[in-house]
Design a protein around this ligand. Structure first.
Ligand SMILES: [Ca+2]
Length: 380
C-alpha cells in the first residue's frame, strides 16, 4: 500500500460508513460496543503465539499466564519469535516452557528478525520457513488457528504475502497488541479525543505505537490483507493497556508466593531484570511529590500482552470493542480507524476495568484462576 492508497482507502471507507449511518442510525453510538466474534461453541481455540519475548517483561507474563490457565480453555500449537534477536527470544521461550514442563509438546521456532520497514532498523537476518511449516501442519490437520501477535507483524506479513491461500484458510482470527483507536493530538485538523466521544461517520487517527514501529510495512500489509478477506482482528490497544499498572512490589510478591513452580522462578528473574532496566532508564528516583508518577514508573510495568492472551482464550471477557477498519500509514506508522458497526472486520478495544483485569491476571499468575472465574467475569 502506498501513502496515496492509504489516504484514499480510509477516506472512501469513512464516506461509505457515513452514508450507511444515515439510513441505519445507531442511537448513543459513543456508548455502543461491538462484541467480538464468538469462539466456535465446544471447541477450544488453537493458538499460535507470535512474540518478541525477552525485552519487555509482558510477553513472558503473558506466556506464563497462558500456561497457568485451565488446560480445557485452549490448545497451544506452537510459539514463533519475531524481531531482532529471534534466537535469543526462542531460548527464553524454551526455558520458560521447560520450567513449566511443556517443552515436549509445544514447538518453538525462530521467526524473522529483520523488519520489512521500520524507522529504527535492526541488523539481523531471518528465516521464515519454519514458521510457514508450523501453519502448514495445522492446515494438514484441518485446524483453524488464532494467532496471538504480541510483537512486530513481520512473520505474519511474509506469510500473508507469500502464502495467501494458507493464511486465509488456516487463520480464524488474529489478536494483536499495538496501535490505538483514537487520541492523536498532533494530527492536522484532529483534536485529542477519548473513545467515549467517538461518532459514526468519522475517522480517527492515532500515533505510531511500538509493535507497529518495529515493522510499519508489515503491520500495514497484514491489516489490509486480513480486511480484504474479512478475517477478524482483535486489537488490544493502548487505550486499554496504559490504564493497567502493576507495581513491582505487587508483581514480586505474587511470584515469591508461588516459588514452588519452576516457571515462576524464571519469570521472577526476568521480571527483576526488566524492572532494574526500567529503573536505570529513569535515573535516580526524584523525591518531590510532583514527580511521583515518574517514581511509580521506575518500579512497575504495564501488562500489555497478558490482555491479548486473555482475549485470545476468552474473547470479550476483559475488553470492550468498537468494530471498524484500521489503516496503517505504510511509512509514517500512524493509524486511522473508521468505526463501522455494520461490516468492520477489525475490533479496537476501547474500554477495560483495570482493577478487575489486574485481579484476574494476578490470580492467573498465582495458579488460582478457574474456568468459571473467567466465565463469570462479565456477569458479576
Ligand atoms: Ca511483546
Amino acid at each position: 500500500m502506498t501513502p496515496a492508497e492509504f489516504h484514499a482507502q480510509w477516506k472512501a471507507q469513512q464516506a461509505r460508513v457515513a452514508a450507511l449511518a444515515k439510513t441505519n442510525p445507531i442511537p448513543n453510538y459513543s456508548t455502543h460496543f461491538d462484541p467480538p466474534p464468538p469462539l466456535v461453541p465446544g471447541q477450544r481455540p488453537a493458538l499460535i503465539v507470535d512474540t518478541d519475548i525477552g525485552s519487555d517483561i509482558d510477553d513472558a507474563m503473558a506466556l506464563v499466564l497462558l500456561l497457568h490457565l485451565p488446560k480445557e480453555m485452549y490448545d497451544l500449537l506452537g510459539i514463533v519469535t519475531v524481531y531482532g534477536w529471534v534466537e535469543v527470544r526462542k531460548a527464553v521461550t524454551e526455558r520458560l516452557l521447560e520450567a513449566a514442563g511443556r517443552d515436549k509438546d509445544v514447538p518453538v521456532v525462530a521467526g524473522i528478525s529483520t523488519p520489512m520497514f521500520s524507522p529504527e532498523p535492526v541488523w539481523h537476518t531471518g528465516h521464515e520457513g519454519e514458521f510457514v511449516s508450523t501453519l502448514k501442519k495445522c492446515l494438514a490437520e484441518h485446524r483453524k488457528v488464532t494467532i496471538v501477535a504480541i510483537g512486530a507483524l513481520t512473520n505474519l506479513a511474509v506469510l500473508y504475502r507469500d502464502h495467501p491461500v494458507l493464511a486465509k484458510d488456516t487463520i480464524e482470527r488474529l489478536v494483536a497488541v499495538g496501535g490505538g483507536v483514537c487520541q492523536f493530538p498532533q494530527f492536522p485538523g484532529e483534536g485529542e479525543i477519548s473513545p467515549d466521544k467517538m461518532e459514526l461517520g468519522k475517522a480517527y487517527s492515532h500515533v505510531m505505537r511500538h509493535n507497529v514501529k518495529c515493522d510499519v510495512r508489515a503491520a500495514s500489509l497484514v491489516i489490509s490483507t486480513a480486511a480484504s478477506w474479512q478475517q477478524p482482528i482483535l486489537f488490544v490497544t493502548s487505550e486499554v493497556t496504559y490504564r493497567l499498572w502493576i507495581e513491582g512490589a505487587r508483581l514480586s510478591s505474587i511470584l515469591e508466593s508461588s516459588k514452588e513452580h519452576e516457571e515462576d522462578k524464571v519469570l521472577g528473574r526476568l521480571a527483576r531484570t526488566w524492572l532494574d532496566y526500567r529503573a536505570s532508564k529513569m535515573g535516580e528516583p526524584p523525591k518531590d511529590s510532583k514527580t511521583q508518577a515518574l517514581v511509580r514508573k521506575t518500579v512497575g510495568t504495564f501488562p500489555h500482552d497478558p490482555v491479548a492472551m486473555m482475549e485470545s482464550v476468552a474473547p470479550g471477557t476483559v475488553c470492550k470493542y468498537k468494530r471498524g477498519w484500521f489503516y496503517v500509514h505504510p511509512e509514517e506508522g500512524y493509524t486511522m480507524f473508521v468505526p463501522d458497526p455494520f461490516e468492520g472486520p477489525h475490533y479496537g478495544s476501547v474500554d477495560i476495568d483495570p482493577e478487575r483485569f489486574l485481579q484476574l491476571f494476578l490470580q492467573g499468575l498465582a495458579h488460582q484462576l478457574r474456568t468459571e472465574d473467567i466465565a463469570s467475569y462479565n456477569s458479576t
